[in-house]
Design a binder for this molecule. Structure first.
Ligand SMILES: Nc1ncnc2c1ncn2[C@@H]1O[C@H](COP(=O)(O)OP(=O)(O)OP(=O)(O)O)[C@@H](O)[C@H]1O
Ligand SMILES: Nc1ccn([C@@H]2O[C@H](COP(=O)(O)O)[C@@H](O)[C@H]2O)c(=O)n1
Length: 217
C-alpha cells in the first residue's frame, strides 16, 4: 500500500505521515529532507550564478549519509535553501528515482512532501493533502524550534514561511497542489492525535472505496 501525504511548510504532514507509517507498519520517507540536503550542499552558491550546476551535481551525487544531521537539515534557513534548489527541473529529476523506488518497495510505504500525490506516486492507494492556516503553522514551527533551544522571532518566521509557500506555489516544475483524488485535511483546529485519527479514517475510506466496498462509517 502506498500512502501519499502532501501539504505546505509546517502543516504537520511529516508528523501525520510518521503516525500513519507506525499505524500500518510501513516505512516512511520525508522527501523534504532530500531537497534540504541538496540545499545545504549548495549553500555556498545560493543566490549566485553557480547555484544551478552546484545543486544539480549535489542532487545527482546525494547519498543516504547526507540525511542524518537532522539539526542542520531541519533548520528554518535550510527550508529556504531547499525551496530555492527545488525549482530546478534537473534537481527534481535527479531525486525522482530515489523517491519512486522507496514507494515501490515490497509492501509499500508512506511518503510525505509536496508532489507525492501528483508526480511521484500518482498511483498511491490513499492521498492526503494537509492544510493549516499560516499562523497555526508558524506557531507549530516556533514551538518545535524552541523545544530544541533555538530562539525564535515569530514575525520573521511567519514571513519566512509565507515567502517559502509563495516560492513553492509558483514553482514551475512543482506540482504542489492537491491531486484531484486527494483528501483535504485541515488541521488548524486539531491536535496531533485528533489529526492522526482523521488521517487514518481517510486512508480506511480510500482503501474501502478501492476495494469496491462501502466507505466505513
Ligand atoms: N495537528 C497539530 N497540532 C499541533 N502541533 C502539530 C500538529 N501537527 C504537527 N504539529 C507539530 O508541528 C511541528 C511541525 O510538524 P511537521 O514537522 O510534521 O510539519 P511538516 O509539514 O512535515 O513540516 P515541513 O514541511 O517544514 O517539514 C512539529 O513540532 C509537530 O509536532
Ligand atoms: N516533495 C518535495 C518536498 C520538498 N520540496 C521542497 O523542499 C522544501 C523543504 O521541504 P519540507 O517539506 O521539509 O518543508 C519545500 O519548501 C519545497 O520547496 C519539494 O520541492 N518537493
Amino acid at each position: 500500500m502506498i500512502i501519499a501525504v502532501d501539504g505546505p511548510a509546517a502543516s504537520g504532514k511529516g508528523t501525520l505521515a510518521s503516525g500513519l507509517a507506525r499505524h500500518y507498519g510501513l516505512p516512511h520517507l520525508d522527501t523534504g529532507l532530500l531537497y534540504r540536503a541538496v540545499g545545504l550542499a549548495s549553500a555556498a552558491a545560493v543566490d549566485g550564478p553557480d547555484l544551478e550546476p552546484t545543486a544539480i551535481a549535489a542532487a545527482r551525487s546525494l547519498d543516504a549519509g547526507q540525511l542524518t544531521d537532522l539539526d542542520a537539515l531541519t533548520a528554518a534557513e535550510t527550508g529556504v535553501l531547499a525551496s530555492k534548489v527545488a525549482v530546478i527541473a534537473e534537481v527534481r529529476a535527479a531525486l525522482f528515482d530515489f523517491q519512486r523506488n522507496f514507494a515501490l518497495q515490497p509492501g509499500g510505504a508512506v511518503l510525505d512532501g509536496r508532489d507525492i500525490g501528483t508526480k511521484i506516486c500518482p498511483d498511491a492507494d490513499a492521498k492526503l493533502f494537509i492544510q493549516a492556516d499560516s499562523k497555526a503553522r508558524m506557531e507549530r514551527r516556533a514551538r518545535q524550534l524552541e523545544a530544541r533551544g533555538v530562539a525564535v522571532d515569530r514575525y520573521a518566521l511567519f514571513h519566512q514561511i509565507e515567502e517559502r509557500d509563495a516560492r513553492d506555489m509558483l514553482n514551475p516544475n512543482g506540482g504542489f497542489y492537491p491531486a484531484p483524488d486527494a483528501h483535504l485535511l485541515d488541521t488548524t483546529l486539531m491536535g496531533i492525535e485528533a489529526a492522526l485519527r482523521a488521517a487514518i479514517a481517510v486512508v480506511e475510506t480510500a482503501l474501502a472505496l478501492k476495494a469496491g466496498g462501502q466507505s466505513p462509517s
